[in-house]
Design a protein around this ligand. Structure first.
Ligand code: SF4
Length: 667
């Protein structure tokens, strides 16, 4: 059989209603005939999920599809998605959480290539990577003239001269530091670059804008598009992504951060300094009134950011700090807003004086940049709107988010009445999708759930020691901490290492390190500490050095270690979210909606992360192991939640040796 043309549907249909029926027939054929004939296992969970997703596509529904590990949910959504893209004549966006997942989709041995070959479909899928993965021609050209270039830099620049798309993946062995020197970055002002429209950034955009079946991007790129497309169109600029037929969020439980990051307004002192410096590049052309305004902004910004730094309320663990929005800070924000508005008026006058010149174009971009700063400041000062405000010390940035963020997000996602599918192994918490639905402003969304294809009752057992209940009364004391660490080390040793220890907070990690350093008896297995090396290096070492132990706060997700290297996951502390301004806003919104804020916000966030952590243990049908939870909340308060989150059928032990006898580590 020859390869079908991209436009060809793998089945014939007459009407939209007929399309749904024919799609279901085709799915049956694929799952019951084609895949088994090619050696694939037929899984009822996968087939059920595929039908539900097909229905959501055909009826333009919003669907939360939870499917446990090993159910083949990727095939389940790809099959319907490719048909739907061809029906509508627009690509389906496949938005995923990270580069590894994207590679799993589009790599040479990836799921799309496999399906394409198996089903004789010529699937056209293109990656829209985060822009930082692409070359900025201007930066590379400037470096050509630099003296004393290293051999690796010369190699990089030679590649930069001849690459068509400027994609980092085309050139191997380029470290992050080197790449940053030539990479696109959001501090570049492409709008005023004379190469705009002709450089690799444009070629890349053109490449993926022409995708016929799928555009694969990160959640970050998708939400950057979602919140900016209206503005870009108004400015006669192309949106980041083209019109699409539907969107599928793989690892859909991870959309919150990128969605809110692109909805919120970030305010950095550096952004103010940068825009002033850029405007002043042409100081000789301006009238005095504009120069005075720039001086005004500089002074007002200095005052505002100094007060802001003093008004942030440090939190020992949270990355988002509350800010004391006091009258002085508000007055200074208003003063800064007034100077920015006045400056923009003056720049507008300047544009009239330089019509048709490069300077006019530059001045227009300054207006846009100042406008985006102004939007954040105005929201900050709009007391009636009660924006959600927090300070992120890591990036020296103040975030201002509309309080109705969930409603806005839900409205934006459903405004075009397109199919929107969220898939993940962990979308629900405590048997309910309410937490995520509420957060994303999608209370009417439909949902479906299937368990894992693994035989978890025989592959996993759980260890919930009694000591936790007793010691938690003094959970914060040094003795209690030492007691739990020692107990953890005992079970890790009994297991022969091969353990992932999951912590809640960076301070806990430091405490662990300090404790191990002063411990008189050295621990017999190598411990790989989060932060001691690059994450991917640590994961590689962990896979290769079988008895090693990986410890950190950032390994609840994205750790895929099949086989003997991981046979014990220890949850040292339950991953409740930290009390920060965003969490408080979510809880307040839940309360306003008549829901229990803890049950709607804290518990689902904790349970989804906990289930993700549990999911690290079994990656293959042949994997076996133990889940140990050393924190059940004060007085065992959360024991029922932990039991609920455990894989169905997993036997629970209070004696580690019994658990070990049930599931001994692989030799
Ligand atoms: S348009 Fe932007 S990415 Fe392209 S060369 Fe200019 S600054 Fe670099």
């Amino acid at each position: 059989m020859s390869m079908l043309r991209w436009l060809d549907m793998p089945f014939r249909y007459t009407t939209i209603t007929d399309f749904e029926q024919k799609l279901n027939d085709w799915l049956s054929n694929v799952y019951y005939e084609i895949l088994p004939a090619a050696g694939f296992e037929t899984r009822e969970e996968q087939i059920y999920t595929a039908y539900r997703i097909a229905q959501a596509f055909c009826r333009r529904q919003v669907l939360f599809a939870e499917a446990g590990s090993g159910t083949g949910k990727t095939f389940a959504y790809l099959l319907s998605a490719v048909c739907y893209a061809r029906l509508i004549g627009k690509p389906v966006i496949l938005s995923s959480a990270n580069a590894a997942l994207q590679q799993q989709l589009v790599g040479p041995q990836g799921d799309i290539a496999t399906l394409s070959q198996l089903l004789n479909l010529d699937i056209d899928a293109r990656l829209a990577k985060d822009a930082g993965n692409y070359l900025c021609q201007l930066k590379a050209e400037r470096l050509q003239y630099a003296s004393g270039k290293s051999a690796s830099m010369r190699r990089l620049l030679a590649w930069a001269k001849q690459t068509e798309l400027g994609d980092r993946s085309e050139i191997a062995n380029v470290g992050d530091g080197l790449w940053q020197q030539v990479a696109w970055h959001n501090t570049l002002y492409c709008d005023r670059c004379r190469r705009r429209g002709y450089c690799q950034a444009a070629a890349t955009r053109k490449h993926y804008l022409e995708a016929r079946d799928f555009i694969i991007c990160s959640h970050d790129v998708f939400f950057a598009h979602l919140w900016s497309s209206g503005e870009r169109l108004a400015e006669k600029r192309l949106p980041l992504l083209p019109n699409f037929a539907a969107v599928v969020f793989d690892e859909g439980h991870l959309v919150e951060q990128p969605a809110l990051r692109h909805l919120g307004s970030p305010l950095r002192q550096q952004s103010v300094t940068d825009v002033i410096a850029d405007i002043l590049l042409y100081r000789n052309h301006y009238r005095t009134a504009l120069l005075l305004c720039l001086e005004g902004i500089e002074i007002a910004a200095q005052e505002f950011f100094t007060t802001l730094a003093a008004s942030a309320i440090p939190h020992p663990e949270a990355s988002k700090w509350a800010v004391d929005i006091n009258p002085i800070l508000l007055a200074q924000a208003q003063a800064l807003s007034a100077w920015i508005a006045k400056t923009n008026d003056n720049i507008t006058i300047e544009t009239q004086l330089h019509i048709g010149t490069d300077l006019e174009r530059n001045l227009n971009t300054y207006i846009q940049r100042l406008d985006s700063l102004l939007a954040g400041l105005l929201l900050l000062c709009a007391e009636d709107q009660q924006p959600v405000i927090w300070w992120e010390p890591a990036g020296d940035v103040l975030w201002i988010l509309p309080r109705q963020f969930s409603t806005l997000l839900g409205q934006e996602l459903t405004s075009k009445h397109l199919p929107v599918i969220f898939t993940s192994a962990t979308l629900q918490a405590n048997g309910s999708f309410t937490g995520l639905q509420h957060l994303l402003g999608l209370p009417q969304a439909l949902h479906t759930q299937v368990g894992t294809s693994f035989d978890l009752a025989n592959q996993v057992c759980a260890y919930l020691p009694q000591l936790v209940d007793q010691s938690n009364e003094a959970a914060n004391t040094t003795d209690s901490f030492a007691h739990r660490v020692e107990h953890c080390l005992d079970i890790v040793q009994a297991n022969g290492g091969r353990t992932l220890v999951l912590l809640r907070a960076p301070s806990e990690l430091k405490q662990w390190q300090a404790y191990l350093q002063q411990r008189p008896t050295p621990f017999p297995y190598r411990i790989l500490w989060e932060g001691s090396q690059d994450r991917s290096w640590l994961l590689e070492q962990y896979k290769q050095d079988i008895p090693s132990v990986l410890v950190g706060t950032d390994f609840w997700e994205g750790v895929d270690v099949p086989g003997a290297a991981l046979s014990l996951v220890v949850v040292f502390s339950l991953p409740y979210p930290w009390d920060d301004p965003l969490l408080r806003a979510k809880k307040h919104a839940a309360e306003q909606a008549g829901l229990d804020p803890v049950a709607t916000v804290d518990v689902p966030a904790m349970l989804i992360k906990l289930r993700q952590g549990f999911g690290r243990l079994i990656r293959l049908a042949s994997d076996r192991g133990i889940l140990a939870v050393l924190d059940l909340g004060p007085h065992g308060r959360d024991k029922h939640l932990v039991l609920e989150a455990l894989p169905p059928g997993a036997k629970v032990y209070t004696d580690f040796n019994q658990a070990l006898a049930q599931i001994p580590p692989e030799s």
